[in-house]
Write a new protein. Structure first.
Length: 296
DNA sequence: CTCCTGTGCT
DNA sequence: AGCACGGGAG
């Protein structure tokens, strides 16, 4: 029961990308490695439409890593707004300091150097090398995994991530040439985001439909293990979000009572408050009030 | 493996 | 009202 493997037409995909890519602000010519690192960090788990305005604001305000590094944590968290997972903002702030201090205020172009930065993992490191510096690097996010699962392996969707294999699969698709490989990496992501979507793939307008193993197999449904879905309502994540939102909306420290008001379960509230303290997302003043870090 | 947010679609 | 969504760290 060997699945048919298909080779993807790299040049057609690249041409399609040139014609069809959305004009996202971080794809404009002249965007720095810093601009790309900020966008990729924000896009790690937030959709493009919510990222766009915040990214614009950040680039205006903090055009270089050293500019962000010089800002107080509280301001960084406020500017992060409701993008979610605010620990990303703290890590990016920390990464900015390292880039300013150790890399001459220029985002590194090398994957291993990028990986050493806080908040930069296998996806983001390769995205920055490829998209900011035009280097050949397999960039594997959930969209690319789905495109490869379908077009190459003929499956309805990607199964659970398998980092080594996923990376090798995409590596095998990339041409040797840096510029073409980098653009193909971007094209694979764009294809997964806009055409080869989870629920309603637009195979009619897909540039590789003729070479797609999934098409040839009759578009079989996904038959792997069900992916586990994350709950949100009632979780500590929701409570942490509500707590932090109070502090984002005020200038200085607030009394505990102001935080008590946002969640009725005192045990959960206290646990979340404590975890926010541990994560460095909030601080407690000497008189027992709470504030965003560095703001008292 | 589990945890970390907030939205937009249905 | 409920559900789907996702990269990095521990």
């Amino acid at each position: 029961m060997e699945t048919a493997s298909h080779a993807l037409p790299a040049l057609e995909l690249v041409d399609w990308f040139d014609a069809a890519a959305r004009p996202l602000p971080w794809r404009a010519p002249g965007i720095t490695g810093w601009g790309v690192l900020v966008s990729e960090t924000m896009l790690q788990q937030t959709p493009v439409n919510r990222v766009r305005p915040i990214w614009e604001e950040w680039m205006q305000r903090w055009p270089r890593p050293s500019d962000l590094a010089a800002a107080p944590q509280a301001e960084v968290l406020r500017a992060w707004g409701k993008l979610g997972y605010p620990r990303r903002a703290l890590r990016l702030h920390e990464a900015a300091g390292a880039i300013a201090d150790q890399h001459g205020d220029v985002v590194p172009a090398d994957v291993d150097t990028l990986l050493a930065l806080p908040g930069v993992g296998t996806y983001t490191a390769r995205a920055v090398t490829a998209f900011a510096y035009g280097k050949r690097a397999p960039v594997v996010d959930t969209n690319v995994r789905r495109v490869v699962a379908r077009a190459v392996h003929g499956a309805g969707d990607a199964g659970p991530p398998s980092p080594k294999r996923d990376l090798a699969d995409v590596d095998a698709l990339l041409p040797e040439d840096d510029a073409t490989a980098a653009k193909l990496s971007a094209a694979l992501m764009e294809l997964g985001q806009t055409v080869c979507t989870v629920r309603s793939p637009a195979c009619d307008s897909c540039p590789v439909a003729a070479d797609c193993a999934w098409q040839h197999a009759g578009r079989p449904a996904y038959d792997g293990p069900a992916k586990k879905v994350q709950k949100f309502a009632g979780t500590d994540r929701q409570v942490r979000g509500k707590l932090l939102d109070v502090l984002r909306g005020t200038d200085g420290p607030v009394p505990r009572a102001a935080l008590d008001a946002v969640w009725s379960d005192a045990g959960q509230r206290d646990r979340c408050l404590d975890s926010l303290l541990v994560d460095g997302l909030i601080e407690q003043t000497d008189d027992g009030r709470f504030a965003l870090p560095g703001e008292h």
